[in-house]
Design a protein around this ligand. Sequence first.
Ligand SMILES: NC(=O)c1ccc[n+]([C@@H]2O[C@H](COP(=O)([O-])OP(=O)(O)OC[C@H]3O[C@@H](n4cnc5c(N)ncnc54)[C@H](OP(=O)(O)O)[C@@H]3O)[C@@H](O)[C@H]2O)c1
Length: 407
Amino acid sequence: MSSHPRNTYISFRSNRGIFPYCGTSIQADPLSALVQMCEEQISCLDGPTNDDSPMNRLTDASATEMVHGPLCISSLMNIGTPIWHVSHLFTPAHTPTFIDMTRILLTGSTGGLGSEVLRYILPLIAPSDLVIASPTPARVREAWPNLPAEVEIREGDYMRPETLPSALAGIDVFFIISYPSIAHEVRVRAHTHAIDAAKAANVKRVIYTSIAFGEGVADVMKPHIDTEAYLRNSGVEYTIIREGLYIEAFPFYLGFFDSTRDTDVYVPADGPVSWVDRAEVGEATAHIVAKGLYVNETVLLSGSASNVLSLSQLTEHCASVLKRPINFHVVGQDRYVEHYSGPAAQPPRDAKFVRSWGTAYIAVERGECAILTPVLEELLGRPSREIKEYVSQLVGGTEGALAQYAK
Ligand SMILES: NC(=O)c1ccc[n+]([C@@H]2O[C@H](COP(=O)([O-])OP(=O)(O)OC[C@H]3O[C@@H](n4cnc5c(N)ncnc54)[C@H](OP(=O)(O)O)[C@@H]3O)[C@@H](O)[C@H]2O)c1
């Protein structure tokens, strides 16, 4: 690079558009100089837009000059947030590109978590950089009638691997929402298909949504552990997001609690859980995906210290919201399984499933679900939502959660 003039060509991309910028001379390490320059310019981007504003001067750069430049850097950046990401660095050995886009493929956009990720990523990236894959594209269109037309929707089904090469064509970043099933082998197979297809399609990075249990005891975590290991060993860049336990699924943790009738909650064990709001982990996840954060890392999005509640405290809170007593019983694994799968259960659930789900409580009792990190609030840029207040709203709708997660 040293024999070439060191003009720098950057595109600042934000929810106010794409701002090309060129002409700054870089003398030494181009990346550190770029960091400094981005920091200097960020206040311009966030500032008022009168004719003399530095932001308008940024947009004066001509596209013709940029395509002929020896060094072109495309930088993704969110207004007001001093986090930016150099997505591509082209040296003279490569064909200079004006603005090289990072195309991101999202999955799960009709689901609880994935729909929040989509909602919050839309203001962060250009719609033409976004592609959605779904086993049923028509459902995406139905769920998202006002999606910008530039967002491409493709068929992509983890269980039909033949659909994945076309879903992944031209994709740089593949966001995999974990397959919604409780069956270990099926789940791992779905994820393996997705990771293999990403590798075959030369996808640069795979981002996978795991869950916030620790290693080993909870059956619900085991397919995630296997998938995490497969992804880490795949040779593809990765980010693993252990999403905190979302409070929307709380009826499952309180003995399949049905707020319309239950007076008692039976659990095999109790312990602390740092609950999160699904929309907030979706928002934080969108920032990780859009900004390319935590490359080759596993990151935990836990709730805050003030949102740690044991299952008995959660039950007590539900009782106060419902204004009636709810008795909380810690009964061990066998009585728990009998209670929810035996002949007296209403409705009787599959004993194998209940026993397997019961292992989650061992993890809860060990404190696996109460490990705290500041990452969620850092990404949100604000304190996370107060969970007790949210539970007060959710308590009336427990049937929805039971139906959604009983798959
Ligand atoms: N962190 C937690 O506390 C927590 C709690 C509960 C569950 N989870 C797990 O986190 C993941 C996401 O949860 P969620 O609430 O978003 O689940 P969800 O509402 O059930 O959504 C699942 C999404 O996956 C899509 N999908 C289904 N089969 C697929 C396939 N074969 N190929 C590609 N996509 C497929 C669905 O698309 P369609 O609409 O087209 O079917 C849907 O968009 C799930 O694995 C879930 O089990 C985490």
